[in-house]
Design a protein around this ligand. Structure first.
Ligand code: BGC
Length: 448
């Protein structure tokens, strides 16, 4: 038995995202987003589930904020739905949408819970998608105007701002692999999207500074660890390509002002170019205040000719998997954090998402005994603690998720919450992990 202790002032939080929890898809003047469309496209989402109602947080937020207070978290990360603020993406501003987020933020502040706002967690207004979405450079200007609207409206109430959640998913998962909205399968298009997102990020940061908005701003990439199967050079190279695509394609331009050269060359070999225009790299590399890191999993892989995009294949090592099929690999979080320190220095880091899908249902005693989630959280927190002891500047941790919610292409079939949601009645039941996590948030340590 050992104690895992966190530094004084370490922030304990939980996270959600607009489309996954809000519901009320036609209320308050909200416009449609690409996820409303995608979810209605046959075959795209498990059982055709959509976020029309989700956890109904749009109406139930007072109860949910109270639940956060019971949990004892000090900070809550949520995202703003662009189509609530500017329903068609580029036209009139919808005050009712802003009012909703003011009500939510005021409720959080009432309990002393610090909000972290993400501006973009995947719900692009459908009208902008109809005009090319992120492939169209005009979307960059529309995003900056949307960001400015939110900055000006909520300034003073928010200290932590994030531009984009998981740009890799927005670009490659959504436009090359095609698993998420808008569901394209085109590598050049996906690469254009990745670049335009980064320009939009940088210009929003520049706007934030120009307007003198109080607080800190950053971006939230998803990271996974990739371990080479052997020390053979071709395994190491293949692994570096695959990992670089996931972990560096976005961070390197933001932090160092250029894309990873080897990957740019590799893409070129496939006939794909990054559509860089004059001034873009300068915009992209505006100084940020923190990095938000989302970490869930990692794998071992090796070279295999003509396999996937990078001549790389994953090797199943027989490790445990969570119910969504992702490997359980807590060591990977430590590796990711050390990688960041070694390559990008002392920048403050928040773990903006970490958590596990385990589909435990209430037992006969009415409680949800999600021991596997507790084990997952404990071991990943131990990795965070090791990284902190090794000099990584981690400031806080947001569990994904506060409650079960709409898990994108998996619909409601996959549960990541520390609170169980009965989607028929909208009754919330705190799971055992909720109780474990509240203790950690109160004590700042736990036993392992
Ligand atoms: C996303 C969340 C998602 C979670 C689990 C992240 O990719 O930011 O929206 O629910 O991981 O898949």
């Amino acid at each position: 038995m050992a104690i895992v202790q966190f530094p004084e002032g370490f922030k304990w939080g939980a996270a959600t995202a607009s489309y996954q929890v809000e519901g009320a898809y036609r209320e308050g003047g909200r416009g449609l987003s690409i996820w409303d469309t995608f979810a209605r496209t046959p075959g795209k989402v498990f059982m055709g589930d959509n976020g029309d109602v989700a956890c109904d947080m749009y109406h139930k937020y007072p109860e949910d904020v109270k639940m956060m207070a019971d949990m004892g978290i000090q900070t809550y990360r949520f995202s703003i739905a662009w189509p609530r603020i500017i329903p068609d993406g580029s036209g009139a501003i919808n005050q009712e949408g802003l009012d909703f987020y003011h009500r939510l933020v005021d409720e959080l502040l009432k309990y002393g819970i610090e909000p972290m706002v993400t501006l973009y967690h995947w719900d692009l207004p459908q009208t902008l998608q109809d005009r090319g979405g992120w492939d169209n450079r005009e979307t960059i200007d529309h995003f900056v105007r949307y960001a400015e609207t939110v900055f000006e409206s909520l300034k003073g109430k928010i200290k932590l701002w994030a531009t984009f959640n998981e740009p890799w998913c927005v670009s490659f998962l959504s436009n090359y692999i095609g698993e998420h909205a808008p569901g394209n399968h085109d590598l050049q298009l996906a690469t254009n999207v990745s670049h335009h997102l980064l320009v939009a990020h940088g210009r929003a940061v520049r706007k934030f500074r120009e307007l003198g908005i109080p607080g800190q701003i950053g971006i939230v990439p998803n990271m996974e660890w990739r371990e080479p199967y052997s020390t053979r050079q071709e395994d190491i190279d293949a692994c570096e390509r695959q990992a670089g695509w996931l972990n560096e394609w976005f961070i390197r331009p933001v932090m160092h002002g250029h894309y990873p050269e080897k990957l740019v060359e590799w893409f070129r070999g496939k006939g794909v170019e990054v559509p860089i225009q004059a001034g873009d790299m300068e915009d992209i590399s505006q100084k940020i205040d923190f990095l938000g890191i989302n970490y869930y999993t990692g794998t071992v892989g090796r070279y295999k000719e003509n396999e996937g995009l990078f001549d790389w294949e994953e090797v199943d090592m027989g490790w445990d998997r969570t119910d969504i099929g992702w490997t359980y690999y807590p060591q990977g979080l430590y590796n990711v954090l050390m990688f960041l320190k070694n390559n990008y220095g002392e920048i403050p880091i928040y773990i903006t998402e970490n958590g596990a899908c385990y589909n435990d249902e209430p037992s006969t005693d009415g409680k949800v005994h999600d021991d596997r989630r507790i084990r997952y959280i404990k071991s990943h927190l131990a990795s965070v603690s090791r990284a902190i002891e090794s000099g990584v500047n981690v400031k806080g941790y947001y569990a994904w998720s506060l409650m079960d919610n709409y898990e994108w292409a998996f619909g409601y079939s996959m549960r990541f919450g520390m609170t169980y949601v009965d989607y028929d009645t909208q009754v919330r039941t705190p799971k055992d992990s909720f109780k474990f996590y509240s203790k950690v948030a109160a004590l700042n340590w736990f036993k392992i």
